[in-house]
Design a protein. Structure first.
Length: 255
């Protein structure tokens, strides 16, 4: 994407082009015109040349947009083999910012199965938070209380966050944090307020594709993007589109 933006800025340096834009689209919306769009404003002939050139560049980079993903089991094995941590496991298909619920247990299951030590997972699960609090849920209860704070990280700094009742439990060597309200991991404060220092953990699973970098980017020794099930999957070919007409190879102008 960065290389494409460089091309856009190059076109915008020309006097006959007022502005140009790339519109990657939102692949989780099932609409007829779902694909990548390029837009240019300026002198007619130059604008047509610009959009044609950018469209060709986008298509030429199509395969580069595919992310290499590891299965939950492979991701956990790689994280455990890493010489140092923390290793971030990005659960991109359960990305809360993309509209996913943030409650997939695919990575948690793999961590528990591998008897991973020093791992922490955050799940949106109000029922589990309540069950852990009253002692009816599985795992050793570490802490349970209402959680609210202001973000101190580099993004959304000062924003008030209210997660409702939260409970942290230990399942083997894995710490699981259940929240009553959903959370985008823009910071590491949501762990620290519960007494969990992420820098001291070996593995951190996040329900995010990119936003986690604001809170954990400086801490992470490595990041592994995980191919887990979920509504925000990167495997777009697995989505049951009904209105979308297909991934065309030829750029088509808007009517």
């Amino acid at each position: 994407m960065a290389s494409l933006l460089d091309l856009v800025h190059g076109w915008e340096e020309r006097s006959e082009i007022a502005c140009a834009s790339l519109v990657p689209g939102y692949p989780y919306a099932d609409v007829e015109r779902l694909g990548f769009t390029v837009v240019a404003c300026g002198e007619a002939a130059a604008a047509e040349d610009c959009t044609a050139s950018l469209a060709e560049a986008v298509l030429a980079r199509r395969e580069s947009f595919r992310r290499d993903l590891a299965s939950p089991e492979e991701a956990v094995a790689r994280a455990l083999a890493s010489p140092r941590g923390p290793v971030v496991l990005a659960d991109v298909a359960d990305n809360v910012g993309g509209g996913a619920p943030g409650n997939s247990t695919a990575i948690l299951d793999a961590l528990v199965a591998a008897e991973a030590e020093g791992a922490v997972v955050v799940l949106w699960d109000p029922a589990a938070a309540l069950a852990a609090t009253d002692g009816s849920g599985p795992g050793e209860l570490l802490v349970s209380r209402p959680v609210a704070y202001r973000r101190t990280g580099s993004y959304m700094t000062g924003q008030w966050v209210d997660l409702g009742l939260c409970a942290a439990v230990r399942l083997g060597g894995v710490e699981v944090v259940y929240t009553t309200r959903r959370l985008m991991p823009f910071d590491a404060d949501h762990l620290r307020v519960l007494g969990i220092e992420p820098a001291e953990r070996r593995i951190i699973a996040v329900k995010s594709a990119i936003a986690w970098q604001a809170g954990f980017g400086d801490l992470a020794a490595e990041a592994i993007y995980v191919d887990s099930p979920g509504v925000c999957t990167c495997r777009l070919e697995t989505l049951p589109y009904r209105r979308f007409t297909g991934w065309g190879d030829i750029a088509q102008p808007l009517p």
